[in-house]
Design a protein around this ligand. Sequence first.
Ligand SMILES: [Zn+2]
Length: 259
Amino acid sequence: MSIVENPGFVEALDRYFPGAVLEEEFIAGTARRLGEEGFSKSNTIASVALCRDEITRPLFADVERVWGPAFSLAGLAGMVTAGRTGLAAAIHHAPVEDGRRHFVIYAMAHIAIAANGTIGQVERPGIPGPSSACGALVAFRSELQEGTLEVEFDRYETEQSLLKHRLLPLIEYGTVPDLVDLTKLTVTAIEDDLREILRSLADAWKGTDHEMPTDAAIFSGIQVHGPDGVNFVWPLSVHVSIGGDRHHHEFSTTTAEPR
Ligand SMILES: [Zn+2]
């Protein structure tokens, strides 16, 4: 069954995530663009910041098909829990070719849209009825809505504690964003964290043996799970830094501004 035979889904996708593209086409497009800049499977390491949820895995698999084995940076909801230590390791694992490194990062929040257009719901094989995605964001939102938000750090709830701690200050006091807006907020936090971590690593490595000419690219966006296991990507931004000169290539004019 073709995706266009689900008008409810298509309408919601166009409304909330205009410009979303099929996941494999998105990854192939990024590889083509970076290929023009000298990135290849043999000289590049990919890192991925994606939620742990198994339904995000097709994107991980597409990335690995194009770039080879990828480093995982994220925990629940795609938040960059690997931190400076994780990202530093990923960068150090990049092959060195002619004295320079190449790395690419895919940073995505995720959300489901059911066949009838219901936001946050997906069918999982073998599970009766719809289930949620992203479950971590749905759980956070439920706590906000019910006034039961627990903000104490819980060592047996590490990633969810950190997620709430990171996202709560971005939400206007007393309001509960809908799941679309919360997901868009999440990807901007993921991207900001990545850029801050990269900035601090660059500062720490300045003038040391770790400093090396590096070509880097970050793609951020939202992975959208549709009916029948078909996934889309809503591209948010692209940042490419080549040869020490920082130049930004905007993949899309789409932004996370309120719709
Ligand atoms: Zn999730």
